[in-house]
Design a protein around this ligand. Structure first.
Ligand code: HEM
Length: 468
């Protein structure tokens, strides 16, 4: 049997030592309350000490909150798989996100969550893979055109470019039109500022301190983001009221047609904007971050760029990418998986205890926060060999496949698992393919990172692009 080039055994010269991309070095000892406040003001992963990465469960007491971090797999699974509703989403998420997404499906709990899901589930037909493929291709081609039009003699920050392409994909899926450059800029800037203000407002709240206007600043940025799509929704609702149908129907149409199975009621305008905001934000911010990190990792390890180009050539035979090719692009999927492992865009999943419960030796009381953190689970040496190293091939070994099943949770797991995982993976394949087929990448400098609502590069991801 001839050897498949992208499953070939690793070339020792190329892979040893494996590349270890930047991550915040942990503290030797758990920082004290004031140090945690100062560090957490910017980014929660910067508060972690070395022991946290291998611990089974940790406890942190803040003035307004007791927080338990679960890191042992059975506990992580118990919290996320929660069938009894013992661990619904924590109010902290609601606090962080309400100005942006109201009480949309991402933060709702219990019967209200079930009602919203029943209403919006039919709309997910628009995120069907074959249907979404041409939309993704069009957005990826526009990205390449934007790159070609730039001055490539200098390093380029791919962070806003990835926000643009990911927001463009979800915008086209929702509204059947491309996102403009001006809209993309508003969204990127406003969301970056929103994350900083919301994080500060919440941190102050957790320490029992006044919010010093950060809540109002966050609300202002949220209004700028919602202002991008509110007029589109209002116009579509007005047209519908006059009997003018949008052809062909898109995700927004399906949300407009959604009905509560019990009452037959649709969404009112403000709740509809909330749901659109959930899909828009959940659907692009995370994917944009994952794409920026994927490009950075590929830029640092050029041998992986070559492997992906070889894989594409093999699978497509040099033709343009078709939906049917994606299945065969396993190395590409593994690069994306590894990027999500190292830099999970949703780095912590906060839940709240609804009743008194003992976990290990901890007595948890109602209202305590229980966190499962993809950031820690993905870097726990008990689950992953060389956990801080970039090694997409780990997903092809029996041990890696088992780790992926148990300890790879970038999309969460259980009843609240991400509904867009397949969509995001396909989108990543399409965008990475379009970039790698056109350019050779080189990292200009290692990026810094910051973890707030999402884990993002700080100060941009600066790469050099050389046309192929
Ligand atoms: C790399 C990209 C993505 C990542 C890493 C990601 C991650 C996640 C995670 C971790 C959750 C669960 C949160 C929790 O348990 O607290 C989630 C939920 C969700 N995601 Fe994603 N997501 C991505 C892309 C998308 C896309 C493309 C869409 C839509 C097209 C989407 C829509 C949603 C929605 C609606 C929920 C809430 C589901 C519910 O609670 O019923 N996500 N996502």
């Amino acid at each position: 049997m001839s050897e498949c080039p992208w499953h070939a055994p690793r070339d020792a010269a190329q892979q040893t030592p494996p590349f270890e991309p930047p991550w915040p070095r942990p503290h030797d000892r758990k920082p004290g309350l004031w140090a945690r406040f100062r560090l957490g003001w910017h980014s929660w992963v910067h508060t972690l000490c070395a022991r946290a990465y291998g611990m089974k469960m940790g406890e942190t007491r803040l003035p307004r909150l007791a927080m338990f971090m679960v890191n042992e797999l059975p506990l992580v699974h118990r919290v996320l798989d929660d069938a009894e509703g013992d661990f619904p989403k924590h109010w902290l998420l609601d606090d962080l996100l309400r100005p942006l997404i109201g009480q949309g499906v991402f933060v709702a709990n219990g019967a209200e969550w079930q009602r919203q899901r029943a209403m919006i589930n039919p709309a997910f037909v628009h995120t069907n893979m074959a249907r979404a493929f041409p939309v993704m291709m069009a957005a990826a081609q526009d990205l390449v055109a934007r790159l070609k039009a730039m001055d490539l003699s200098r390093p380029v920050d791919v962070d806003p470019l990835m926000t643009h392409v990911a927001a463009d994909v979800i915008f086209r899926t929702l509204f059947s039109r491309a996102l403009t450059g001006a809209e993309a800029m508003v969204i990127h800037r406003a969301f970056t500022a929103y994350q900083a203000h919301a994080q500060r407002a919440t941190t102050l709240g957790l320490y029992g301190l006044p919010r010093m206007g950060f809540g109002a600043l966050a609300r202002r940025q949220a209004a700028r983001i919602r202002g991008v799509f509110a007029p589109i929704i209002a116009a579509r609702m007005a047209a519908r009221a006059q009997g003018v149908a949008h052809v062909p129907p898109d995700l927004l149409d399906s949300l407009l047609a959604a009905r509560d199975p019990k009452t037959g009621q649709g969404f009112d305008e403000s709740t509809l904007i909330d749901q659109v905001a959930v899909l828009f934000l959940a659907g692009h911010e995370t994917t944009a971050s994952a794409l920026a990190w994927s490009l950075y990792l590929l830029a640092e390890v050029p041998v992986w760029q070559d492997r992906l180009r070889d894989e594409m050539a093999q699978v497509t035979g040099g033709a343009s990418l078709a939906h049917g090719h994606l299945r065969g692009m396993e190395a590409m999927r593994n690069v994306f998986r590894e990027s999500l492992r190292l830099y999970p865009p949703v780095s912590f999943l906060p839940r709240v205890a609804t009743h008194a419960i003992a976990i290990r030796d901890k007595a948890i009381v109602p209202g305590d926060m229980i966190v499962a953190a993809p950031w820690l689970v993905h870097r726990n040496p008990q689950h992953w060999a060389l956990p801080h190293a970039f090694d997409p091939d780990r997903f092809t070994t029996p041990q890696g496949i088992e780790s992926a099943r148990q300890a790879w949770i970038p999309f969460g797991r259980g009843p609240r698992v991400c509904v867009g995982a397949g969509f995001a993976t396909q989108e990543a394949q399409v965008v990475l393919a379009a970039v790698l087929r056109t350019f050779r990448l080189e990292a200009a400098r290692p990026p810094d990172l910051v973890s707030r609502l999402t884990l993002r590069p700080r100060g941009g991801v600066w790469l050099r692009f050389a046309p192929l």
